[in-house]
Design a protein around this ligand. Sequence first.
Ligand code: TXA
Ligand code: MG
Length: 376
Amino acid sequence: MNTNTNTNTGVGNTRVWQVSGTAPQAGELAEAAALMREGGTIAFPTETVYGLGADARRTEAVERIFGAKGRPSDNPLIVHIADTAQLAELTLPLGAEEAALAERLMARFWPGPLTLVLPVKPGAVSPRVTAGLDTVAVRMPAHPVALQLIAESGCPLAAPSANRSGRPSPTLAAHVRDDLSGRIDGIVDGGAAGVGLESTVVEIAGGDSVRILRPGGVTAEALREVAAHVAYDAVAAPGAGMGEGGTAADAAAAPRSPGMKYAHYAPQGLMQLVKGEPDAVSAYIRAETAAARERGERTGVLAFAEHAARYDADCVLVVGSLAQLETAAHGLYGALREFDARGVQRIWAETCPEHGIGHALMNRLAKAAGHAVVRV
Ligand code: TXA
Ligand code: MG
């Protein structure tokens, strides 16, 4: 049966629906929602990155996510909900103080880029979602397409980022297509994702404390407005894997969020981060790119807008503005993919201070570089 419609420009067996990213029309998501109910795997936009969703309760559907991505089976998935009423079906009640904190976190940050790790209700989701842990990670995305798809399908959706494992997370439907066409049932194309980096993952660490397991769009500063104490898992602390405060060894220690141990987000070229005073950083990168070019290597620089004119590598990409780090969060993964598209073999990247969204940005950049950091 050929079910092509004029909004369907799919490749292979992967259907594509073009929808409005701000106000999806009634019925636009009906086919995708129906496929989801039947156990399909569908990519959709969220306010962080594109996710690859399936009904979290159906093991065979969840297994297809792992298969399509080539994801290690010990890495659990985030479950996406559209209504806090769904929480009671997925999680066990917390103690009074923890419950009060969870309520405040949800009231302040949901819908939005905050994932809460909570005790899982036995049997509520496929054991493949939790990878055998006694907790489940849950978030309510702040994206009209994601919310409508979850609501219309009636399923809690397990959804990791919609990239092949090891590749940068997708911030455009085109990135999903590049990685997963022919491997999943559909892609809902609602335009560019929002923040550009994945959600902040936190657990409630007793009483009025949260522990950040993965830094993301909700910053430690924002969490401190709601929780009395904000701690970090070693791999998620500022400086972890950046040769400062933390070390590459910290980044290799067993993290409480299993996904943090995997090499991630990596472009195909060899990348190094360069830390130091801006003039020293530029001088170092210019000398390194010149030497690499002598050796016949195709060179790339990932620079902030304020400094891009300083470089003459084969491919100089602006990640965003230092004065507005949100723009850099938005641009990072697309830039990493662009280096690949241009066949760049060696990449040097500028760094920024690790506060606000700069913390998550440097966390992802350090992972993309395999923790290769030089201080000049
Ligand atoms: O912004 C996001 O979070 C995106 C969008 C699609 O929602 N999703 C995403 O999923 O980044 P993924 O699978 O790429 O990352 C999920 C992270 C992993 O580091 C995983 O180990 C962690 O969440 N995680 C999931 N369940 C967990 C649990 N029960 N305890 C601790 N960490 C958990
Ligand atoms: Mg991911």
